[in-house]
Ligand binder design. Structure first.
Ligand SMILES: Cc1cc2nc3c(=O)[nH]c(=O)nc-3n(C[C@H](O)[C@H](O)[C@H](O)COP(=O)(O)O)c2cc1C
Length: 224
């Protein structure tokens, strides 16, 4: 084989296997921790949708539920709550180590009387050690919520989660009005805000959640 033939062979299309986007590993993938609490399944579905979109955007994702704090005897009195607990028995429970690992964080929590469910606040209250050693600073952060009513307190829930993230020194990445899908799902610029009515997520809600998750990954990648 001549020298030139060897060069031509090496450059021929057959010598180079086609590279598909799935096969191209990101050199430095965004590490996203999606931390949710869900009594009945809405925020779990939101977290799943966000995880799917974030992975499609190239992120390495940990999908994590927070530890339930309600007594089992109380959960057992509600079939829907118990069913959700059983459905998600295999989902890993979030720990401070997961937030230390992540460089992007997405919270999803139900609205309770205008604030985030106490289960997610209880997880937040375990983060003092990380915060105290500066390990929560400089991570990107975004938040999602649901409430039974269209104006049942979603905005205050998201704002209080963002206030917490500001105490960490996080970089807030709300969706704002960066895409028309935000308007179609109610127009909340702070984050995806589902009206929890027992129905599956609407296409408009899914589109907003996917946009928010992808934007979080894209902005984090630019900052890396
Ligand atoms: C104790 C409690 C307080 C709630 N407070 C509100 C509220 O202030 N406004 C509202 O619209 N829905 C309220 N809800 C409804 C929850 O927001 C709803 O159940 C939740 O968004 C469903 O999310 P999940 O399916 O992920 O649990 C409340 C529910 C509970 C159990």
């Amino acid at each position: 084989m001549t020298f030139f033939k060897r060069i031509l062979d090496a450059l021929s299309p057959q010598a180079q296997p086609p590279i598909t986007p799935q096969e191209t590993p990101m050199p430095n993938p965004v590490k996203l921790a999606i931390v949710y609490y869900s009594t009945y399944g809405t925020n779990h579905a939101m977290a799943n949708e966000a995880a799917d979109a974030a992975r499609a955007a190239g992120a390495e994702v940990r999908l994590l539920k927070v530890q339930e704090t309600a007594p089992q005897a109380v959960i057992d009195t509600q079939d829907a709550w118990k069913a959700q607990q059983e459905r998600t028995a295999d989902v890993a429970v979030a720990s401070p180590d997961d937030l230390e690992w992540a460089n992007a964080i997405l919270f999803s929590a139900p609205t309770r009387f205008g604030g985030a469910a106490s289960q997610i606040r209880a997880f937040i209250d375990t983060l003092g050690g990380l915060w105290g050693t500066g390990k929560l600073a400089d991570k990107t952060f975004s938040a999602m919520t649901s409430a039974q009513n269209p104006n049942g307190g979603q905005e205050t829930t998201l704002q209080t989660l963002y206030i917490t993230a500001m105490h960490w020194g996080a970089i807030l990445v709300p969706p704002g009005y960066t895409d028309p899908v935000i308007f179609a799902s109610g127009g909340n610029p702070y984050g995806a805000s589902v009206t929890a009515n027992g129905e599956p997520l609407s296409d408009a809600d899914k589109a907003t959640i996917r946009h928010q998750a992808k934007r979080l990954v894209d902005v984090t990648a630019k900052l890396q």
